[in-house]
Design a protein around this ligand. Sequence first.
Ligand code: F6P
Length: 559
Amino acid sequence: MDQGRRSPELVRKQPTSVPALRRRPAWAALERHYQTVKDVHLRQLFAEDRKRGDRLAIEAAGIYLDYSKNRITDQTLTLLLRLAEESGLRDRIDAMFRGDNINVSENRAVLHVALRAPRDASIIHDGRNVVPDVHAVLDKMAGFTHRLRSGAWKGHTGKRIRHVINIGIGGSDLGPVMAYEALRHYSERAMTFRFVSNVDGTDFAEAVRDLDPAETLFIVSSKTFTTLETMTNARTARDWLLAGLNGEADAIASHFVAVSTNASEVAKFGIDTANMFGFWDWVGGRYSMDSAIGLSTMVAIGPDGFRDMLNGFHEMDEHFRSAPFERNLPVLMGLLAIWYNNFFGAQTVAVLPYEQYLKRFPAYLQQLTMESNGKHVTGDGITVDYDTGPIYWGEPGTNGQHSFYQLIHQGTRLIPCDFIAFAHSLNPLGRHHDMLLANVFAQTEALAFGKTAEQVEAEGTPDWRVPHRLFAGNRPSNTLLPDKLTPEALGKLVALYEHSVFTQGMIWQVDSYDQWGVELGKALAQQIIPQLEDPTEPELKHDSSTNALIRRYRKLKAS
Ligand code: F6P
């Protein structure tokens, strides 16, 4: 924008300094290097190095990553790794594990790694080893889980609890729902598990429509216990339960438990704090599925399964903390994401799990990645002069192939893809799994190498149709190929993405652990709710569009 046309407000708000990233020598070298490789085709890279597919692949913490189908040379990797070093990645990793307040805008430590530390580990926060606190909560969760699954915990009328509904939103929903779906194979099939998040009443109504309140337990999951959606759904759940149990208020105790950091709000809601499972302000919502927020996961798969999942997380944590960067899965994936985002200008990343149980994984990753790195200022509050977090999206394969893959193959945008598949199916059925995996390999091959005009012509295609049938290729992808989807493998996969997000955010110098961007809409909604409910015509002071929409809704509602 022309400086002379800026409003005084914008001019005044311009930062007086610029972030360091673009001034790093490795960044400048990457910019120059990009000019030399941007048009190099993967066909050429593979032709020049017959072993590329073996060489650019690593296996660590039980996860195999093939990153050979990326538009990189050895020099690209050298420069990206140098960028990580120049950005102080090693120090920042140590700072996180040490419990430093790396969430600068909220002045908080970021210690989700402590949630999966083994019992004998020591992680000091504010002069206190937090690991025993973590395990005390895990033990309490396990005790509750045993009572619930064995039938020792009874509902108010003496009936056994058969249905568990987690009420939460954001990190208090997406992790639990993703983990439940991912680990459904290992879940207690005699119980049903449902998840209510949306303030749209349909979500609650559909979740309970076929359930008996006497057999239903609600887990109200909210770090703050003040979130509009969750508290509204929790109150509706309380009304539904009481209506089904003759209004007996003491029924709440056996049908509601809470997961929160806010004991006083839990008590105010009417849940006995003895039935509250706590966590801490050093656990971010989107990093909390392995805290007490995972209570529904533990009830579904049992305490042993949950501990296996934590062990998987921990193994990836240790890999991230100790492996050299050139053999470090999260670091490599994070650096490749930077390469496409900042040098090729790719705006999105597609996450494509070829595993039906991971159908909610892309949705989970959206919060993890976009709430973490969707930032426009550095930790010091300086406006960035480069792009930060890309848009993550995806669907399980092979469904996506019959929908949006057309654009990935032949559209005008560059969309780096992460393919995730497992060597073993949890439901081996005839030839299904070979077919599924054949599709993964076929897609990555087609994306990378495409089909030339000569190949299309050689098939007897008329000239006029050749452009339509041509595949340019050179579309990059990673392929993750772990052995089997187990609780442990899920923990590793989630931790892999968590630390990749850390790597990216750290290089962009943003605070990956705050989420101020969600506040404005929340505050405005709180102003608008009474304006929609006011029986008299309220005075509206919004813009003309918002005012008109509110008036129209009020009129339609009354008609
Ligand atoms: O609105 C965003 C957010 O704060 C997320 O970061 C969080 O996971 C979600 O809301 C739910 O918050 P809570 O667990 O406090 O209800």
